[in-house]
Design a protein around this ligand. Structure first.
Ligand SMILES: NC(=O)c1ccc[n+]([C@@H]2O[C@H](COP(=O)([O-])OP(=O)(O)OC[C@H]3O[C@@H](n4cnc5c(N)ncnc54)[C@H](O)[C@@H]3O)[C@@H](O)[C@H]2O)c1
Length: 342
């Protein structure tokens, strides 16, 4: 399956399928004529898949930069280490970077690609479900600071995204659930029939991934730089990011977003935007995928959410759903949360 991303200045294709790595050389050659490739990956992904990857790259001269797995690698320190190692290994502006890993690697390697020598071409090869359905799509790259997640970054589109769903076979259950939260989010903001199907019957993995990407793709094409419709993808993220950050990233992104979506429904119900029935369907779906176990008191996060980089003058752009598949943005002040979570 190929989905195109026909952005005005940086169009590219998203390839989705099982064992796509078998075609890796042919796919790379569509966008890159050079011979030198720099892979950025994390230790866990590399341990599992180095052979699967490297035997497909034998015709290229390959250098690999490996970082520790996990969110801590999205830091200034690791960014600098990676840049230094790439330079030591001879990277030039005309070379190609492969971001081979989960969302952390996608964001970090994407940001390195965006900034080193003011821009090097890169390909996203996401290996976690979350990265396949979300992080690798749409060109947002970045790292965290002590003040919050993704505060430093850039929009920098890849030359191609290659999603080989066979890579998911080594992903552990928790990480799979983590990605399912973004699948459910996308269904709730843009594909009601996927949400309903997921509730009642199994959907094939490749089909589910493709349809989830289609939701994101639609919003990215409408609004590449996140001024309006793309913000719908932040459903659940207002509180999600705050929960993730306050837990020092012990609560994983997807699990935090799952609670964040329920909180957004609660606020939406209070404001007359969301129906109780919509919230119940969301909760049922989260429960089906084991994403209903994180319990937090939303009142403890209200100050935290106003730190978000997208807030202007203490007004929060928060995403709600009026119905399954129908998102809206509303501007929220602190007082609007009064009485929401008693
Ligand atoms: N750029 C965007 O648009 C965007 C969107 C959503 C999330 N994100 C970012 O993505 C990050 C989260 O992504 P993530 O959940 O993939 O985290 P991650 O990259 O840390 O991966 C999660 C864990 O799974 C392991 N892993 C990945 N693929 C594997 C595989 N195939 N087999 C075995 N283990 C594997 C990793 O080593 C890691 O330990 C966050 O930093 C978040 O901010 C970015």
């Amino acid at each position: 399956m190929i989905l195109s991303m026909p952005l005005a200045t940086n169009p590219y294709d998203i390839h989705i399928g099982k064992n796509l790595m078998a075609q890796l050389k042919m796919l790379i050659k569509k966008v890159y004529e050079g011979s030198k490739i720099y892979v950025i990956t994390d230790q866990t992904v590399f341990n599992y898949h180095q052979e699967y990857l490297l035997k497909r790259l034998v015709d290229f001269e390959v250098e690999v930069v490996v970082v520790a797995p996990g969110e801590t690698s999205k830091s200034f320190e690791v960014f600098e280490q990676v840049v230094d190692e790439l330079i030591e290994k001879g990277i030039k502006r005309g070379h190609l970077i492969l971001a081979f890993g989960g969302g952390v690697i996608g964001d970090l390697a994407g940001f390195v690609s965006a900034t080193l020598y003011r821009g090097i071409d890169y390909i996203q090869i996401p290996t976690s479900l979350l990265a396949m359905v979300d992080a690798s799509i749409g060109g947002k790259t970045g790292i965290n600071t002590n003040k919050g997640k993704n505060l430093v970054g850039s929009f920098y589109q890849p030359k191609m995204v290659i999603i080989d769903t066979l890579l998911l076979r080594t992903l552990d259950k928790i990480e799979y659930q983590n990605g399912m939260a973004e699948v459910i989010k996308s269904a709730f903001i843009g594909d009601a029939s996927l949400a309903n199907q997921l509730l009642v019957s199994p959907v094939s993995e490749d089909e589910m991934i493709k349809r989830t990407i289609e939701v994101k793709r639609r919003y990215v094409l409408l609004d590449e730089f996140d001024r309006k419709e793309r913000m719908y993808l932040n459903f659940g993220h207002t509180f999600g990011h705050a929960i993730e950050r306050k837990s020092n990233y012990h609560i994983k992104h997807g699990f935090a977003v799952a609670v964040g979506m329920v909180i957004a429904c609660d606020v939406g119900i209070k404001l007359g935007i969301t129906s109780q029935e919509t919230k119940e369907k969301l909760v049922a779906l989260l429960k089906k995928y084991g994403l209903d176990k994180t319990v937090v008191n939303p009142n403890n996060y209200i100050n935290e959410v106003f730190f978000d980089k997208k807030n202007i003058n203490d007004i929060l752009n928060m995403i709600f759903i009026t119905d399954i598949g129908c998102p809206m943005i509303s501007q929220i002040k602190k007082e609007d949360f009064n009485g929401c979570f008693n």
